[in-house]
Unconditional design. Structure first.
Length: 253
């Protein structure tokens, strides 16, 4: 699983240097698929079944721009412009195990509020990781995320949550980014969780795109950011898979 997530973390690192105005979301998707396959993995999102029986996901990456929270469908017709923010969420299957990771990138220069949104969301992920220790509860992770987000006057998305991960892409337990501490499943050594705060600049409500059946947007049109890593619960503390170190590695660069 560390190797699977390493493929994703390296690909996101490469994208960090490449994303710029004029690039299409379809080009981002093509780049991610190429890198995943070159590393010996399979794109886990490509052809993923729609939860309501609609069209399977057509891309290797979810590419969500500005008010799109998650599950943005990549397109050769959607060109990024200066000031956008774009979330790239990818999954990989590697030697029988899954990885899942996301990062939100600035496109050129972005306004101060968007800079703050990215910074707060990334830091909320770090807070959630710090709570992912043996003996804590699943809700301690979400409480840490929510506390940091709301103290900075942003909101946490409720409709989508993190999850367990391993031989399947989505496993129990679900990992909400909100809630009271000390509840839900106890964290034990060997668990791996995909922790993924989704944070809105405005209200938390979500609207599903009628156009493609996948893209989830903020109902009020405000911007949203999304960061995700897979974290192993170990006796030495939380370990961010795909990175050489733990909490300090998250959001580096």
């Amino acid at each position: 699983m560390h190797q699977a997530n390493m493929i994703l973390r390296r690909t996101l690192g490469d994208l960090r240097e490449r994303i710029q105005p004029g690039m299409t979301t379809g080009e981002i998707d093509a780049f991610t698929e190429k890198r995943i396959r070159e590393a010996g993995g399979e794109p886990a999102f490509l052809g993923y079944p729609h939860p309501s029986g609609g069209t399977a996901f057509p891309g290797s990456a979810c590419v969500s721009v500005n008010d799109a929270i998650v599950h943005g469908v990549p397109s050769k017709n959607h060109t990024l412009v200066e000031g956008d923010i774009v979330s790239v969420d990818m999954g990989v299957l590697f030697k029988g195990y899954y990885g899942d990771s996301a990062e939100t990138f600035p496109v050129g220069r972005i306004d101060e509020n968007s800079q703050k949104l990215l910074r707060v969301t990334r830091t909320s992920l770090e807070k959630g990781i710090e709570a992912a220790c043996i003996g804590n509860r699943v809700s301690d992770i979400g409480h840490a995320v929510q506390t940091h987000v709301e103290s900075n006057d942003f909101t946490v998305v409720r409709e989508f949550v993190g999850h367990g991960i391993g031989a399947s892409l989505h496993e129990d337990p679900q990992v909400p980014n909100f809630g009271s501490p000390g509840r839900r499943e106890r964290l034990v050594e060997g668990m791996v969780l995909a922790i993924e705060p989704m944070v809105n600049m405005g209200a938390p409500e979500v609207l599903l795109s009628a156009e493609d059946g996948w893209t989830a947007r903020t109902r009020d049109g405000s911007r949203s950011a999304h960061f995700e890593v897979c974290v192993a619960i170990t006796e030495d503390g939380p370990r961010v898979l795909g990175e050489p170190v733990t909490v300090a590695a998250v959001g580096r660069g």
